[in-house]
Design a protein around this ligand. Structure first.
Ligand code: ADP
Ligand code: ADP
Length: 213
């Protein structure tokens, strides 16, 4: 298996970039989406995760790594994985290296989406997500063509519980403490491609597509 990682603070646009890489054949793996699915299903894991997520804290490494391991092992070994929101800690990054090496795979690129805090707050405050398919919109920067629902399936667009300003600030702190060290970790491996994520959605997507071309 081959893999690429989308790295960057919450709201930098990882999910938005992922949509075009899916069109290129990548299997999009968002740990946030996997966790929200568990919440929707009402599982024990989902209930425990929800409390942490609503406070802007991370779900424990072993829980997230377990989900990724199950997923990687259950799909075709020729898959190209696009990890979005994983890894988020050094422990997770080391576990991902192990999982990839066990499958004789390669981590090809880490795309770092750089975005300052004030831009992130305005992006996350206006983010709306399809309650069914998870498609991502923004009230001002990327509105749906029909005001009432998702362009893909017409379903209701909702605001995530953790996209309130207080929780956004907390998530930015957690990112700086626990996730930002991954930039050095992957830079030392020569894997990081940096993208200025304050540019338009199309420009950011094209910059990532150029790197993988
Ligand atoms: P965003 O990109 O807006 O931060 P995500 O959907 O990626 O949102 O994640 C939402 C929440 O899910 C995170 O704030 C965290 O609580 C939890 N989560 C997602 N991925 C991980 C991970 N790799 N490790 C720990 N917690 C995670
Ligand atoms: P992440 O997955 O990194 O948390 P998202 O892809 O969910 O980020 O994007 C966060 C919000 O910002 C969404 O409302 C999205 O529509 C919007 N957005 C994403 N990229 C851009 C961009 N380049 N310019 C303006 N808004 C953007």
């Amino acid at each position: 298996m081959n893999a690429v990682v989308l790295l960057g603070p919450p709201g930098a646009g990882k999910g938005t970039v992922a949509e075009v890489l899916v069109d290129k054949g990548y299997r999009h793996v968002s740990t946030g989406e996997l966790l929200r699915e568990q919440i929707r299903l009402g599982t024990k894991l989902g209930l425990e995760a929800k409390t942490l997520m609503d406070q802007g804290q991370f779900v424990p490494d072993d829980v997230v790594v377990g989900m990724i391991r199950d997923l990687i092992e259950s799909v075709d070994s020729g898959s190209m994985f696009l990890f979005d929101g994983f890894p988020r800690t050094l422990v997770q990054a080391e576990k991902l290296d192990e999982l990839i090496s066990d499958l004789c795979g390669t981590l090809k690129n880490v795309f770092l989406l750089e975005c300052p805090d004030d831009v992130i707050v305005s992006r996350l405050s206006g983010r709306r997500t399809c309650s069914k398919c998870g498609a991502v919109y923004h009230t001002a920067f990327n509105p749906p063509s029909d005001d009432d629902g998702c362009d893909q399936d017409g379903c209701e667009l909702v605001q995530r519980a953790d996209d309130s300003e207080a929780t956004i600030r907390k998530r930015l702190l957690v990112y700086a403490e626990q996730t930002a060290p991954l930039i050095d970790y992957y830079t030392n491996k020569g894997l990081v491609d940096t993208v200025d994520a304050t540019q338009s959605i199309e420009t950011v997507r094209n910059a990532v597509l150029e790197y993988i071309a």
